[in-house]
Structure formats: structure tokens, C-alpha cells
Design a protein around this ligand. Structure first.
Ligand code: NAP
Length: 254
């Protein structure tokens, strides 16, 4: 294996990706498989066969587990069942949900749903999967944050608060687990063409306004996240800890 391959190789590793059925999660799963990882794909009832095929096309194993992340109290039990079957070397906390409403009309039920998936379940899943990594002194955790981890946005106050929490957890965990050679980092995507942003793209004025503000002059495609995910999952990032890597076409720098 060349030096370059060693830096980015995930051969012999198993990665668990949440929200793997669609969008960024499916792209990340494909990228990690392309770099040599076997995949545990976390969904919650939808059909993940297309993503399985994408992983298997790289000659890697794909297993599907179903965990409803709206129910954080059940996540630790589900994680224990996953650990009984798989050694998880890389955890990608990608699953997320969003509710759009004016701040003063943001329903508490929506706030709770957003926090259940984006924060509480991420917290529970990570706490349950990290002990074997700490024991082995080897592991990678990648949290999918957002550019809304860094500024406020509009009409998505619950989501923004949840993504600030994701970045806070990334830094807090990084501090505690770096001494055990477990690196915790975040990817902060900008505007990507996925289900999450479908309402924005359906609104021509909002779409144009967003596009004008992106220095790269285009929205992101899910495969644009591949390089960041492989880097943060592999040996090349072994001294990178608590970082949020913006993949946003330059949005945060603008
Ligand atoms: N697209 C963007 O511009 C953008 C920007 C910044 C950050 N992000 C973040 O990127 C991540 C992926 O989002 P995406 O853009 O790829 O949108 P997406 O296609 O809507 O993906 C969200 C994923 O999360 C899963 N999920 C949602 N609720 C769940 C639940 N209750 N239990 C288990 N899984 C659940 C979904 O599964 P099902 O589809 O099966 O329901 C789906 O696979 C999210 O954390 C999002 O906040 C996206």
C-alpha cells in the first residue's frame, strides 16, 4: 500500500452510519465503503437495499439495523444489540430531522422531535458505542453538524439549537476521548441537495438568495462530502480532534 493509500485506507474497519438510507448518509456510506470499510447502515423502517448494493459494489459487507431515533430511551438497548454482532470502529452520527416554522410559532412537540433525533439519540448512541473504542484505544466519531452550528439561520430555531448542541458535544467528547486515541470531529455541511432542503429548493426566491450567498456558485451534491468523511474516518486524521470541517462551498468564510 502506498503512503497515500495508508493515510486514507479504511480496510479492516467497520463503520456505522446513521440516516444511511438517503442524502448525505447514503453518500458517506458509499465513500467509506470505497475506502475499504464494511458498513452497518442504520435506518428506521425504510428500504436501504440501494445503499447496501452501493456498499457491496465496492466488495464490502453491508448490514442493516433499524433503530427509531425519535425514541432516545431505547437507543442504548439497540446499541448493545449492535455491539453483540459488530465491532464498530467508526461512528458517523448523520441522521437528522428539521422543522421549519417562525420562531414564535415553533411548537414544543417539534422542538422535542428535533432534539430527540439530532441530539438525545446521538448522545445515547455515542455513549453506548464508545466504550469498546476507548478500551481498544482506537476509534473515530464523526458528527454531522451544520453551518447552522455556527450561525442562526431563520425559521429553524429548534434545528439551529440542536446543531449548536452537536458541535458542543463534538468538542466536549473530543477533549475527554483524545487521550484514549479516539478522535471526535464534525462535518458542517452547507446547502446540499437532499430531502432536508427540498422545501428551500422548491421556493425559487429562497433558492436564488441562497445560491447568491455561496462563493462556489452552486449547491453541494452529497458526494461532495466524501473526501471529508474518508479523511476524518481514516489514519490521516489521527491528530485531528474537536474540529468542525465546513464543506460548504465557502459559505462560512463569506
Ligand atoms: N442537506 C443539507 O443541506 C444539510 C446541511 C447541513 C446539515 N445537514 C445534516 O445532514 C444530515 C443528513 O441530512 P440529509 O441532508 O441527508 O437529509 P435527509 O435525506 O432527510 O437525511 C436524513 C436521514 O436521517 C434519517 N432519520 C430522520 N429521522 C430519523 C429517525 N427518527 N430515526 C432514524 N433515522 C432518522 C432519515 O431516514 P429516513 O429517510 O429513512 O426517514 C434520513 O436517512 C442531517 O443531520 C442534517 O441535519 C444537511
Amino acid at each position: 500500500m502506498s503512503y497515500l493509500e495508508q493515510l486514507f485506507s479504511l480496510h479492516g474497519r467497520t463503520a456505522l452510519v446513521t440516516g444511511a438510507r438517503t442524502g448525505l448518509g447514503a453518500a458517506i456510506a458509499g465513500a467509506l465503503a470505497g475506502a475499504g470499510a464494511d458498513l452497518v447502515l442504520l435506518g428506521h423502517g425504510g428500504d436501504l437495499s440501494a445503499v447496501c448494493q452501493q456498499v457491496e459494489a465496492h466488495g464490502r459487507r453491508a448490514s442493516v439495523v433499524e433503530v427509531e431515533l425519535l425514541e432516545p430511551d431505547r437507543v442504548a438497548g439497540a446499541a448493545a444489540a449492535i455491539l453483540a454482532e459488530h465491532r464498530i470502529d467508526i461512528l458517523v452520527n448523520n441522521a437528522g430531522t428539521i422543522r421549519r416554522a417562525p420562531a414564535e410559532g415553533h411548537a414544543l412537540a417539534d422542538w422535542r422531535a428535533v432534539f430527540a433525533v439530532n441530539v438525545d439519540s446521538l448522545f445515547e448512541l455515542t455513549r453506548a458505542l464508545v466504550p469498546p473504542m476507548l478500551h481498544r484505544r482506537s476509534g473515530k466519531i464523526i458528527n454531522i453538524a451544520s453551518i447552522l452550528s455556527c450561525h442562526g439561520g431563520t425559521m429553524v430555531s429548534g434545528y439551529t439549537a440542536s446543531k449548536h448542541a452537536v458541535l458542543g458535544l463534538t468538542r466536549a467528547w473530543a477533549n475527554e476521548w483524545a487521550p484514549h486515541n479516539v478522535q471526535v470531529n464534525a462535518i458542517a455541511p452547507g446547502f446540499f441537495d437532499t430531502d432536508n432542503t427540498a422545501p428551500l429548493r422548491a421556493d425559487p426566491r429562497a433558492y436564488r438568495q441562497t445560491l447568491t450567498r455561496i462563493p462556489a456558485g452552486r449547491w453541494g451534491d452529497p458526494p461532495d462530502l466524501a473526501g471529508a468523511a474518508v479523511f476524518l474516518a481514516g489514519p490521516g486524521s489521527d491528530y485531528v480532534s474537536g474540529h468542525a470541517l465546513a464543506v460548504d462551498g465557502g459559505w462560512l468564510a463569506f
